[in-house]
Ligand binder design. Structure first.
Ligand SMILES: [Zn+2]
Length: 54
């Protein structure tokens, strides 16, 4: 199964970070402000308080 990197921007501190599109961890927190920015739904992650950057 392909696991791509995606870039997301934290909705709180606007820091950009790179995460796996399919995360093995349940929750992904911002590296900078520790805000929860995504959750794993078993497949692709679901963005919370963050947005995808191209
Ligand atoms: Zn943040």
């Amino acid at each position: 199964m392909e696991n791509k990197f995606i870039k997301i921007e934290c909705g709180s501190c606007k820091k950009t970070m790179t995460v796996f599109e399919r995360a093995s961890t349940k929750e992904i927190n911002c590296n900078s402000c520790n805000e929860r920015i995504a959750i794993s739904t078993g497949g692709k992650i679901k963005l919370i308080n963050s947005k995808l950057i191209n």
